[in-house]
Design a protein around this ligand. Structure first.
Ligand code: F6R
Length: 628
């Protein structure tokens, strides 16, 4: 473990921040491989405590690689999983037993008898005995050498929801509402997520000799900061790691975002005052002092740890004006550039005009959620806009939608004048209804059903695009293969995905690209497609169109951009926000966050207002992506 720097003084558990989850997972997998080899050399089994969910997926992929390419054997490894949903049997597609087989056990040489996972189907009256036996099995294996952990947004480790005590042991618990919301996409709706689970207790976890907690993406940033910098409390189970002698956090930059050393670096030491960092400090100061940027005083800066910034770039009056102007210059009603205007201080260049603009939407609803108003403006201002849905979005569509379609088709066929002419349609509809019945509520959708669901969403996208003035031939659906083969939180993109995105770019040769998805959760569809777009652009970097193509990042359902991150703010009139809301209403299955997009746009405008900028009804905001 590297020694801790002064910047880390707020963190009460040693924490390593990695550029991305892949690097962190590789480091941890190497450590586990070393542990297995050392223990095996001493003639002992290595005892691993394992977790499920999206977080450990890259870690398991790396363990599998070490097994296949570097002959790491798991013959003498014993595993204990943290938890299992209560009520699901081991073959259920969402059970953790099935997850572990799919993600790890089926790909390595671990003997089945060495695998331990709490049972999700033990009868109610035997739960207590089952849990006690689980504890005893851990002890008789010699205790857990290293426990791998993720963290839920409630701060849970295992399924130890808020309120779990320091000494709790393996037991049945009730899942928190937030945890069930987070699992909703896996189960196609929160109402299908089990209410209970069996989990190792906090006490069980703390008995492990070593603890390694991983967290990726901004969605985890707030709870990671609480667990690391807040008090030890039952309200955040992960905070108990502060009491363990050999615990650590391995996180990526997104998950580190709320740590004091990253968020308020001037409180922990000298800062190199880049333009972005300066803007962040001034904006923070404005919120903190509850005064507009232009009204901040030397005293405001001095009293809040920013005297250093002031001596470098002050006095306050000048610093304020400079940042005010920068913020002012982010605002434009011309996201595609204003033709024939001086564009020195405008976010987008004036020429060429009109522009070829590609708006990438990871799933069919994302672009409208994130930038419906801006699409509306781009179209109105005469640009050649294409909305590209990278995936079919079929996983979002409820069974009931497919059922509705098949039942209507069946009825149409049976009431037609010549039912015989409809025999193909009748067969198709019956087939769909049969598939729905066979697979039940949780079963995986076979390709035929996924195709239908994808088509249903395609229709909704066309409708929504139409509401923004985009004709059907300007809507492209790529149906990337990784999505069709995969499931939420476990997708894996491949070469054919990259080839499809690259081809699209080469065909269209855009002047402007809009995309989303780099930050909130690296396992999300948006993050995966974003990485594909980045790689595809890199592969085209020597093509003429590519060097001058601007790349704007919008936020879909995630946290909106903070003012210091905004490079382009597109104001929306009350009429435009209405039109965006109308376009959104064309989608049958929107999450509450997605439905709230117009409200979040209004909030952006209020934020700009608080800083002392002009008061708009709503704002959509963008970050300029610097290609790596
Ligand atoms: C899973 C587990 C949970 C998860 C946590 C994060 O075995 O114990 O604590 O680690 O809910 O889930 P993901 O990784 O899906 O964000």
């Amino acid at each position: 473990m590297p020694s801790r720097s002064a910047a880390e003084i707020y963190e009460r558990v040693p924490t390593q921040v990695f550029p991305g989850s892949a690097q962190a997972a590789a480091a941890l997998a190497q450590e586990v491989a070393d542990l297995i080899r050392t223990k095996n050399k001493a003639g002992k089994p290595a005892v691993l405590g394992l977790a499920t969910g999206s977080t450990p997926v890259p870690f398991y992929r790396e363990l599998i690689r070490l097994h296949k390419e570097e002959k790491l054997s798991f013959k003498n490894v014993i595993t204990f999983n943290l938890d299992e949903y209560y009520g699901l049997d081991a073959s259920h597609p969402e059970s953790y037993a099935r997850f572990m087989r799919d993600q790890l056990f089926d790909h390595i040489d671990i003997p089945v008898e060495n695998i331990n996972i709490p049972s999700g189907t033990v009868p109610g009256d035997q739960v207590f005995a089952h849990c006690r036996a689980y504890e005893e099995r851990i002890d008789s294996a010699g205790g857990i050498d290293i426990q791998i952990l993720g963290i839920g947004r409630t701060g849970h480790i295992g399924f130890n929801e808020p309120g779990s005590s320091r000494d709790s042991l393996t037991r049945r618990i009730t899942l928190d509402r937030v945890t069930r919301q987070d699992a909703a996409s896996d189960f196609r709706g929160e109402e299908n997520v089990p209410r209970f689970a069996i989990t190792m207790g906090v006490g069980t976890i703390l008995r492990a000799k070593k603890l390694a907690l991983m967290a990726w993406g901004e969605n985890k940033a707030a709870v990671v900061a609480k667990a690391l910098e807040g008090p030890v409390t039952e309200a955040v189970s992960a905070s108990f790691l502060q009491e363990h002698a050999d615990a650590r956090f391995l996180i990526d930059q997104g998950a580190a975002r709320e740590l004091t050393r990253i968020k308020l670096p001037w409180l922990v030491g000298p800062v190199s005052w880049t333009p972005r960092e300066t803007r962040r400090a001034v904006v923070w100061q404005s919120f903190h002092a509850k005064r507009t940027v232009l009204k901040l005083t030397d005293e405001d800066y001095n009293e809040h740890g920013l005297s250093d910034l002031l001596s470098e770039q002050g006095p306050a009056y000048q610093l304020n004006i400079r940042i005010f102007n920068q913020l002012q210059h982010t605002i434009t009603g011309w996201p595609g550039g204003k033709p024939d205007a001086d564009d020195t201080y405008r976010p987008e260049r004036a020429r060429p005009y009109p522009k070829r603009t590609l708006v990438f939407s990871p799933e069919p609803q994302d672009a409208v959620v994130g930038m419906g108003g801006t699409i509306d403006r781009l179209v109105e201002q005469g640009h050649d806009v294409r909305i590209v849905s990278l995936t079919s979005g079929s996983l979002r569509v409820a069974d009931s939608e497919a059922d509705k379609f098949a039942s209507t088709l069946l009825e149409l066929a049976s009431t037609a004048d010549t039912p015989a002419a409809w025999s193909h349609q009748t067969d198709y509809a019956r087939d769909i209804l049969h598939i729905l019945e066979e697979k039940g509520e949780f079963g995986e959708d076979p390709p035929k059903l996924r195709r239908l669901k994808g088509l249903i969403l395609r229709g909704e996208l066309r409708d929504a695009a139409h509401a923004l003035g985009i004709s059907p031939d300007q809507v492209v659906i790529l149906d990337l293969p990784f999505y069709e083969k995969g499931r939420y939180r476990r997708f894996k993109a491949a070469d054919d995905d990259l080839a499809a995105v690259k081809q699209l770019l080469q065909d269209f040769k855009p002047h402007q690209i809009y995309a989303t998805g780099d930050a909130a959760d690296p396992s999300s569809v948006s993050a995966i497609t974003f990485r594909l777009i980045e790689s595809a652009l890199r592969a085209c970097e020597f093509e003429e169109w590519s060097s001058s193509c601007s790349f704007w990042v919008y936020r879909g359902k995630e946290r909106p951009l903070e003012p210091h991150e905004i490079d382009m703010a597109v104001p929306m009139s009350p009429v435009q926000i209405e039109r965006k809301a109308r376009a959104l209403s064309r989608y049958a299955a929107l999450s509450s966050l997605e439905k709230d997009a117009p409200e979040s746009n209004r909030q952006n405008a209020r934020t700009y207002d608080t800083l002392g900028m002009a008061e708009y009804e709503a704002i959509e905001s963008f970050h300029r992506w610097k290609r790596s």
